[in-house]
Design a protein around this ligand. Structure first.
Ligand code: URA
Length: 434
């Protein structure tokens, strides 16, 4: 087989066989196929798509490209959670300790930022000392002793996805249904959880811009999960504006800590409770979603979720004093307001542009080699439906470089549409697909 022929076949919109997909994955991870050919291949898939059958073959080939983790050493039903990616999406940092504090084991492999979206691993690394790369034995020990461990994808877990993910991030080939589904599900299958809860984001800040596309993505992921024996649920949640107010690595960690303290944004708490309740229900710790939500709210009200987060940070080498005193996080050098040019109601926010503004400030990667600045980002002051007076701030930029701040400012200014008539804020949970 030759890579050239596979690219040509996909360019002509023909379906690839299981053997061709397996061959591609095997030779890509061996280093036999150069990135430039794979970039062209990804772009052909981006434009022509893949059938459900091709997507299932790609998922399994990627899952089997490395170690298939056995979490047999962990007691209880392990439920994993994964988001398709959004702006200001820090739900894992809220959901994982809430769920773990109810005794449900959370053994989660998370990712870095992708395109305009942030990643849990980058966020966690803004806590000084926090280790996102821990040996599997420690990962399992931590889950058994404190019910929670979150680590970056190890070199050996779905290595084909690890390589493709980094390449897609910088070749504008992220937002394709089959590529997203296989990327997420290969990791979930390889990382050995019993059940999976997916947060499929839809809207201007998501990879899926409209509901039918998001539902299609959710359905294929649920179907792959079920075919491979994992109880899978997908929630479709709104991403027409950043989730919560904070966008940027350490700013988001601070907001997640505030949420665990009972002082978080309403939309972030609502999505977190929805996702967490399905995890608790799958783990058979509650007899209904409503009961699970009550139990989870209680973990915030009685401080047990925050306590669990501190234990988790400490066990992975992080300085937990940053959790009890968030003023210790290093702030950016400059804060600059983006002010409204007219009065009215916020009609829409191009959330992807807000995500890019955080990237432009240095909070995300421009190339595979970029080193990110954990202190920069944006605090949203006005969300959809809010009234703003001319000259009032729409958002506050936290930056370290005046040229980058100016670029981010233009993106944010442009992202807001202000209307003279009142606007209803979007509904946050759109659908649940089981
Ligand atoms: N999250 C992933 O893990 N992969 C994608 O392709 C998109 C979001």
């Amino acid at each position: 087989m030759r890579m050239y022929d596979l690219i040509e076949k996909k360019k002509q919109n023909k379906a690839l066989s299981k053997e061709e997909i397996q061959w591609f994955i095997e030779h890509y991870i061996n280093g036999d196929i150069p990135d430039y050919q794979v970039s062209a291949f990804m772009m052909a898939i981006y434009f022509n798509g893949m059938t459900d059958e091709e997507t299932s073959h790609l998922t399994l080939s990627m899952a089997e490209s490395g170690e298939m983790l056995s979490l047999e050493g962990i007691e209880g039903i392990i439920v994993d959670k994964h988001s398709t990616g959004g702006v200001g999406d820090k739900t894992t940092l809220v959901v994982a300790p809430m769920v773990a504090s109810l005794g449900v084991p959370v053994a989660k492999m998370s990712g870095r930022g992708l395109g305009h979206t942030g990643g849990t691993i980058d966020k966690l690394e803004s806590i000084p000392g926090f280790q996102t790369s821990i040996p599997i034995e420690q990962f399992i020990d931590n889950v058994n002793s404190i019910k929670i461990a979150i680590a970056g994808q190890t070199a050996n877990l779905a290595p084909a996805d690890k390589k493709l993910y980094a390449l897609r991030d910088v070749t504008a080939t992220v937002n394709q249904r089959s590529l997203i589904a296989s990327s997420i599900m290969s990791k979930k299958i390889a990382s050995g959880a019993d059940a999976i809860v997916l947060d499929v984001k839809v809207g201007t800040g998501a990879f899926m811009k409209n509901e039918p596309e998001a539902v299609e993505l959710a359905e294929i992921m649920v179907s792959i999960g079920k075919k491979l024996g994992r109880d899978t649920t997908a929630i479709i949640s709104d991403m027409n504006q950043p989730l919560g107010f904070a966008v940027g690595n350490n700013l988001e960690v601070i907001e997640a800590i505030n949420t665990l303290n009972g002082n978080g944004p309403k939309d972030l708490l609502e999505v977190s409770l929805e996702l967490a309740s399905h995890m608790v229900y799958h783990a058979k710790k509650a007899s209904s979603i409503e009961e699970a939500k009550k139990m989870l709210q209680e973990t915030i009200d009685n401080g047990s979720a925050l306590k669990k987060f501190m234990e988790f940070v400490k066990d992975q080498g992080g300085d937990e004093s940053y959790v009890s005193d968030t003023t210790k996080f290093q702030g950016a050098s400059f804060k600059e307001a983006v002010n409204a040019k007219s009065s009215g109601y916020i009609a829409s926010i191009e959330a992807e542009q807000i995500g890019y503004s955080a990237l432009v400030l240095g909070g995300g990667r421009e190339t595979k080699e970029s080193v990110i600045d954990l202190s920069v980002g944006v605090i949203i002051e006005k969300k959809i439906g809010d009234y703003v007076a001319k000259g009032e701030p729409l958002a506050i930029i936290h930056g370290n470089d005046s040229t980058k701040i100016a670029n981010a400012k233009a993106l944010i200014q442009d992202a807001y549409v202000i209307s003279e008539t009142e606007v209803e804020p979007p509904q946050i949970i759109k659908k649940v697909i089981t």
